[in-house]
Design a protein around this ligand. Structure first.
Ligand code: WAQ
Ligand code: MG
Length: 248
């Protein structure tokens, strides 16, 4: 069977003169059957054009054929859920889980600053817990995990399903060489649920991690350079084709 990868990114120019920059609005990645390509493509355009972060003036949709033999099937991370009373409590719970996964004492004290740095980024921060260095080739952009989708999903969602997309991304990321854990908060103003994920922890949904209406979200991929090279990890995130089985 023929598969096709579709990638969408949408942005808006903001600011004047020297301050002019591209603000990321929306991005999405899918791997679907040939029959679904047209419908998924138009759903992506609609999604970009109706995003709550703003009206994009640039939308890029890229379509590529993918060989079935190049696709790796991964079992979805097991999902658990943590209910919290406030977003402050949610963040604190997330930081606690990260400390546990990274096996670093008091690492959580660094996390609020790291998180702040991710707010304007289109991709994720790749942070080396062995050296404290950021490893993305382009710090403004970050690294993006691409070429992934749910297995047996040729459905066309014009409405974003945050959880379905996140479990796919988190499963791919957790399987990358040297990956220790991921922390994620959506930058979509109305979406306050976030997660911490790793192979050991699974996918831990934390029901509140920011204020409703807040646009400050981002992703941190915590990586350990004692376990793999940054090149291997980035290559996996950006190039390997993955379908995630969410029904196992
Ligand atoms: N690769 C790397 N980073 C990404 C990617 C990607 N493919 N897609 C998004 N990001 C970064 C980017 O900086 C975004 O601004 C940020 O993550 C948030 O992305 O269980 O919707 O797509 O209900 O807004 C979590 C679901 C939803 C929790 C997360 O993130 C649950 C979400 P968004
Ligand atoms: Mg978003």
């Amino acid at each position: 069977m023929d598969y096709y990868s579709l990638k969408m990114r949408a942005s808006q120019q903001i600011g004047e003169g020297d301050q002019k920059r591209e603000q990321h609005i929306s991005g999405a990645e899918r791997i679907v059957s040939r029959e679904a390509v047209e419908a998924v493509c138009s759903a992506m355009a609609r999604r970009a054009l109706t995003h709550s972060k703003g009206d994009p003036d640039f939308i890029n949709i890229k379509i590529e054929k993918v060989c079935e033999k190049d696709i790796q099937i991964l079992k979805a991370l097991p999902v658990t859920r943590v209910d919290v009373d406030s977003w402050q409590q949610g963040l604190s719970k997330a930081f606690e889980l990260i400390d546990q996964a990274a096996e670093l004492k008091d690492f959580r004290k660094k996390l609020p600053d790291l998180l702040r740095e991710t707010f304007p980024m289109r991709g994720a921060m790749l942070y080396d817990i062995a050296t404290g260095e950021r490893l993305e080739p382009d710090h403004n952009r970050g690294v993006r995990a691409t070429y992934m989708d749910a297995l047996r999903s040729s459905d066309v969602d014009s409405q974003k399903n945050h959880f379905n997309e996140a479990i796919v991304l988190a499963t791919k990321v957790a399987n990358a060489p040297g990956m220790v854990a991921e922390l994620c908060i959506s930058d979509d103003p109305e979406y306050v649920t976030g997660y911490v994920a790793s192979k050991e922890l699974g996918y831990v949904r934390i029901m509140k991690m920011k204020e409703v209406g807040g646009e400050n979200g981002g992703r941190i991929f915590l990586f350990d350079s004692r376990k793999a090279t940054a090149e291997e990890c980035i290559e996996y995130l950006q190039k390997n084709k993955v379908l995630v089985d969410t029904q196992l």
